[in-house]
Design a protein around this ligand. Sequence first.
Ligand code: UD1
Length: 424
Amino acid sequence: MDHIVITGGNRLQGEVPISGAKNSALPILASTILGGGECVITNLPRVVDVLTMGKLLGMLGATVVHEGNRAVIKADAIHSTEAPYDLVKTMRASVLVLGPLLARWGEAKVSLPGGCAIGSRPVNLHLAGLAKLGADISIEHGYITATAKRLKGARIYCDTPTVTGTENLMMAASLAEGTTVIENAAKEPEINDLSEFLCRRGARIAGAGTDILTIEGVQELQGGDHDVIPDRIEAGTHLVAGAITRGDVTITNCRPAHLEALLMKLREAGADIQAGHDRVRIRVTGRLKGTDIRTLPFPGFPTDMQAQMVAVMALAEGTSVVTETVFESRFMHVEELRRMGADIRVEGNRLIVTGRPTLTGAPVMASDLRASAGLILAGLAAEGTTEVQRVYHLDRGYERIEEKLRAVGAVIERRKARTSPTMR
Ligand code: UD1
């Protein structure tokens, strides 16, 4: 297994171009099977999850031609309605094919995702919503099986705003008979992006970006083109790389409006931030100040930036309280940061972070995608060498992260796994 080795202590300086959003690309790709005709998707990030979704669509029978940041997909016919366990266990977002398969092809069999390093992640709201639309749903042998002749529009209330749940229901309702209203819908920018793509192909969706979505079902969707929005979490991660190294970093090709909560917190901590139309510059000269953070659904502070900000707070002056409200046990990075000298106490869903003047490099283990990013950021600022193991998590969601960091002055490299002499 590859690992990443970082020599900390270098101030980052320069421009980092931001790639397309993984969390937008995945539902957009899944939605291509909702209609016939050609879909051309650009600004796709070159990350493992996007490749996995392409593979899944191919397994279902779609024609997928994926080159670099562009994919051309045609799903005039499919030959399977099953997303198998072997694939779903590597990427939970595979569940995003459930709504489209059911709505267009009348049946879907999708493996239940199972456990996850950041806590229990049920799909009960996806299933309850689809049942409201008239689907027959059962769970047997680890698989969700859903069938429906044609879905029928309904009023759906989500107990919790769920991002992929809202996306699944929005896709399914697009082909249902009549009108669907989704209340307490998720408002993340990725929902808007999917809605725009679906509407361009003939769907009728109003309210994306608010907590009430109204979808008038249509008979069919056509093909269409779409340029995926920039990745706000990748953008945030590189801004934090600038902050934690007391550097001067400008991220380009981003949407500052999607970063508001993070920018406010970084400003509160003492960073100098200038936001332009599609770029943000961050400059930090002295030690940052501790700041309390509470993760929330958009437009609140994103849970996907929590681990990265904990790394910053571990080096800030004073004490910060970080409250995680979205996922129940998203603190796997804490033990690893402690190995680097961080002073962090866990109290239920809160972290009490007492900033230290320095962290020291250490071998650490990544547990999930964003925790890996948090450890890399800590390594950039720590004294000495940090070796981050299990970086396959990172490859699921960050395009060329070492290359992008190296280009602004980080000393970071990927090393191939050493083979143990006792192993053959
Ligand atoms: C998406 C993102 C992920 C991000 C998360 C929260 C993708 C591919 N992934 O994940 O990066 O961290 O949003 O912003 O877009 N819940 C239920 N029942 C359900 C569904 C969700 O109880 O059926 C709960 C979850 O356990 C969690 C909360 O709702 O506590 C929000 O989760 P959700 O928005 O669904 O996360 P994902 O869509 O899986």
